[in-house]
Ligand binder design. Structure first.
Ligand code: WQD
Length: 345
């Protein structure tokens, strides 16, 4: 019997890649999304990649009546929750919006799941919950301590899930702590499409490479890292998406038992500096990628990368794509879609 997976936020960058991999693995994905941060063209293209219709139901996870309609219309076996706001800087300026959308939205979704007896959750969490780690690589038993409202919403939702599974052992939950998702599906039909000036490194470099931005500002080169620039764990979005499929399977197969909530890191275990990323982008695009070193960005940490052994052990998952593949696939998407979904290239 084909399991039905509800993907909240499934029209977004990560979500659309998750839906493609779910369909490829034989699941029946259903997408709900309020389109606040994504273009419905994404799911139209996902339908083309998947070779089958993927329902996109437009609505908000804070709308209980909308969710009841969805759960009445589809026999949901697992829910993957990616619907939320994710800009660190914006969360500092608009904390109430982030607590309403991210925490309020998650609680509303979990309440609907409870009402309809759908008690398997894969939650999109973030390495931001670790704050500034005392050392690297990071394992899941590290102290958590978010340093911004966005990270605190992710941590609060994880705690809600822990309390929920403790209150009702019929619940099973996995929180996937993403490190730095980058890249795109090799069809170049779907990819990251930031609304305005990209906050994150890869989409910004991609826009420099395609000529939309003049140069990259490197936020500081005086960190205690090999070349002085920030070190992160970039992970290909398709590797990340496939981990969601493995997590879904783990819940259905009972690898993650009832009454359990497992936080699991999703990273490659490799730390890459900003300058190493720039050099990899130059190799992938054969473009100069000009940059200027400027002051540090407030809130940035020197180094953050994962120990990914728990994902290998519990999900039988490991990252396949290397840094050059991440740059190559991200570039193919950007160069064929210079304006993202707004105007096809
Ligand atoms: C990476 C490195 C910057 C832009 C953030 C969120 C995190 C997650 C991933 C949601 C750092 C440097 C960046 C630029 C630069 N999002 N940089 N110039 O900050 O590690 O994580 O995105 O879950 O929650 O915090 O990613 O891509 O912004 O920065 O030098 O124009 O690139 O200083 O060292 P980050 P990032």
């Amino acid at each position: 019997m084909t399991a039905t997976v509800l993907v909240a936020g499934g029209n977004g960058y990560i979500g659309s890649h998750v839906v493609v991999e779910l369909a490829a693995a034989g699941f029946y994905p259903v997408v709900i999304d309020n389109l606040a941060n994504s273009n419905p063209e994404a799911t139209r293209r996902v339908t083309g990649i998947a070779g089958r219709d993927v329902p996109l139901l437009v609505g908000d996870v804070r709308d209980g009546a909308f969710l009841d309609e969805v759960f009445r219309a589809y026999p949901i076996d697992v829910v993957i929750h990616l619907a939320g706001l994710k800009a660190v800087g914006e969360s500092v300026a608009k904390p109430l919006l982030y607590y309403d959308v991210n925490v309020g939205g998650a609680v509303g979704l979990f309440q609907a799941m409870d009402r309809h007896g759908a008690k398997r959750m894969v939650f999109s969490s973030s390495a931001t919950v670790y704050g500034d780690p005392v050392t690297v690589p990071i394992t899941e038993d590290f102290a958590t301590g978010a340093t911004n409202p966005y990270g605190r919403t992710k941590l609060m939702i994880e705690e809600v899930l822990s309390d929920l599974v403790a209150s009702d052992p019929a619940w099973q939950a996995i929180s996937l702590r993403y490190f730095n998702p980058v890249g795109a599906h090799d069809s170049a039909l779907i990819g990251e499409d930031p609304n305005d000036i990209p906050n994150n490194l890869f989409p910004f470099i991609a826009q420099v490479a395609v000529g939309r931005r003049e140069k990259l500002s490197v936020f500081g080169n005086d960190y205690a890292t090999p070349d002085g620039t920030g070190v992160r764990d970039y992970i290909h979005v398709v590797d990340l998406a496939r981990a969601h499929v493995r997590a879904t399977q783990a819940l259905l197969q009972g690898t993650i038992a009832g009454g359990a909530h497992m936080p699991i890191n999703l990273g490659t275990g490799n730390g890459v500096s900003v300058l190493e990323a720039v050099h990899a982008w130059r190799r992938a695009t054969n473009r100069p990628i000009p940059y200027e070193v400027v002051a540090r960005r407030p809130g940035d940490v020197a180094a953050c990368y994962a120990n990914s052994e728990l994902a290998e052990k519990l999900l039988d998952w490991r990252a396949d794509f290397d840094l050059d593949a991440m740059c190559r696939d991200h570039w193919r998407w950007q160069s064929r879609n210079p304006q993202g979904y707004g105007e096809p290239g």
